[in-house]
Design a protein around this ligand. Structure first.
Ligand code: ADQ
Length: 463
């Protein structure tokens, strides 16, 4: 069997501790590597003053973890700069926050080149190379320059934007041309695939076959959607274990017989947190009977604090939470609990289990695994309701959710009211639809489908 070589921005090197905090990507990559054996390459998370001395290796079982340090300048230009101040906002439709800097673009290329030079000597002819996310859009192109002819696939975890949005990126043509050097390009949703094909046909002069094979010049690339999922069985187990744990009991004792509305996100402007809080405010104003009957708990640990917009959104949210609590609190009831810290997956699973509403309203999201975790954690006895943004990738599959427009605060307030009043029978039907989907398509199935397609299509191309 071929070896698998995975490249992602961060690598989860085992450190002997429990992997309770592992997110979707880490779990999927780990299980694919355990199945096939291979190497997982990425940034170590460390910055150094002078040029890095090459990859650091650690082998556990059939997996070798290979990490690379970056210089401060690389980190600023590639990670904080082009990846998180150009590509991330642009691909989440936030042109107002998108910065264009030639210097950052050249730093982004330099780091991709650096990774390619480190990875090329490790590759064997039969390897399957699977590269992840917007940090590495040009990596196949860099590897091909070094004469690497292996089977190569890419998966984008964030949205691929509409053509008109992408055109605002000064280097769009270069980026897409480099991306087409992969054999297979995977996206989260059908919508992402259509947006990519629209660009290829109307801007790059390419053609597309009905199965998603695109031809641009001499390049032939397969484009397909592979909606990422969660380790459903494991999450159900966690929720069952956590249901009566001390932490979860403490939360439920403090909530009493009120309904819990729960939001769980990285603190990111793409997650729609400000609109969500405003919608909750409007909900209390429009349906005052619910006052004292609900608590909205928003968990949002800070992320990417090196990027100024993340500091701004943090201040805005603190002010909004304070405003809502100032306007509506009573001496024995506080409507919003706003928590700037992360929790283990097990504790989160227990919190989801006891929530009446999973309030998941990103302005744009590649998929959103919180929506899927919320559904997996519910019990048939008393399932909660998922209120989900139509602009989250998960909306394509989560058919039982109450879909909302995250810009429409009145609509979201109405959806909260509907969720709180929804009869048990309807909640069970809606939840059952989504739960069955998560049982059928979990993250293990996702990684198998992605790798099978890379293998099959590349082989058919003669790789
Ligand atoms: P993220 O933007 O990080 O991921 P998401 O999919 O919602 O978004 O969350 C990933 C994981 O982080 C989940 O397992 C979740 O439990 C965990 N997490 C989020 N907030 C947390 C918190 N407050 N405390 C503890 N854990 C928390 C990117 C894309 C998504 C895509 C994923 C996977 O932006 O659209 O779904 O990659 O492809």
């Amino acid at each position: 069997m071929s070896r698998l070589i995975v490249i992602s921005n961060r690598v989860m090197v085992p450190d002997g501790r429990r992997k309770d905090s592992a997110g979707g990507l880490a779990v999927a990559v780990q299980s694919a590597l355990e199945r096939m054996g291979g190497i997982w390459v990425g940034w170590s998370g460390q910055t150094v003053e002078t040029a890095p001395d090459g990859l650091h290796f650690k082998t556990v079982g059939n997996i070798t973890y290979a990490t690379l340090d970056l210089t401060e300048q690389d980190y600023d230009e590639y990670y904080n700069g082009y990846a998180n101040r150009s590509l991330w906002p642009l691909m989440h439709y936030r042109l107002d926050l998108t910065e264009f800097s030639r210097q950052n673009f050249s730093g982004y290329h330099r780091v991709n080149e650096l990774f390619a030079k480190q990875i090329a000597p490790l590759l064997e002819p039969d390897d399957i190379v699977w590269i992840h996310d917007y940090h590495f859009l040009p990596l196949a192109s860099e590897l091909r320059k070094l004469k690497c002819r292996q089977k190569m696939g890419f998966f984008l975890h964030i949205p691929w934007p509409a053509r008109e949005i992408l055109l605002a990126l000064p280097n769009h043509a270069e980026i897409v041309a480099a991306l087409l050097e992969f054999d297979v390009i995977g996206f989260q949703t059908r919508g992402d695939v259509l947006a990519f094909l629209d660009y290829v046909i109307r801007e790059a002069g390419g053609t597309a076959e009905p199965d998603g094979t695109v031809h641009v010049g001499r390049q032939k690339t397969k484009v397909k959607h592979f909606p990422i999922s969660i380790d459903t069985e494991d999450f159900i187990r966690l929720a069952n274990e956590a249901e009566n744990s001390t932490t979860v009991n403490r939360l439920m004792n403090s909530i009493g017989d009120r309904h819990l509305i729960l939001g769980v996100d990285r603190l990111d402007y793409s997650k729609g947190l400000l609109h969500r809080m405003q919608a909750f405010d409007l909900f209390l104003q429009t349906y005052p009977d619910h006052k004292r009957g609900v608590t909205f708990m928003q968990i949002a640990p800070p992320s990417r604090e090196g990027v100024p917009q993340y500091q701004e959104i943090r201040h805005e949210l603190e002010a909004e939470a304070g405003h809502i609590n100032g306007a509506h609190s009573e001496f024995d009831w506080i409507p919003v609990r706003y928590l700037n810290q992360g929790y283990s997956r097990k504790v989160l699973a227990g919190f989801y289990r006891h929530s009446r509403v999973g309030f998941v309203t990103p302005l744009r999201d590649g998929m959103n695994l919180v929506a899927k975790e919320f559904v997996a954690a519910q019990s048939f006895d008393d399932p909660g309701v998922l209120v989900l943004s139509r602009f989250a990738g998960a909306a394509e599959e989560m058919k039982g959710a109450l879909l909302v427009n995250p810009y429409d605060t009145e609509g979201m307030a109405q959806a909260l009211n509907q969720a709180i009043h929804m009869p048990l029978e309807e909640r069970r039907i809606r939840w059952g639809l989504m739960f069955d989907q998560l049982i059928a398509f979990d993250v293990h199935r996702w990684q198998q489908n992605c790798i099978a397609e890379i293998e099959k299509f590349s082989r058919a191309k003669g790789r």
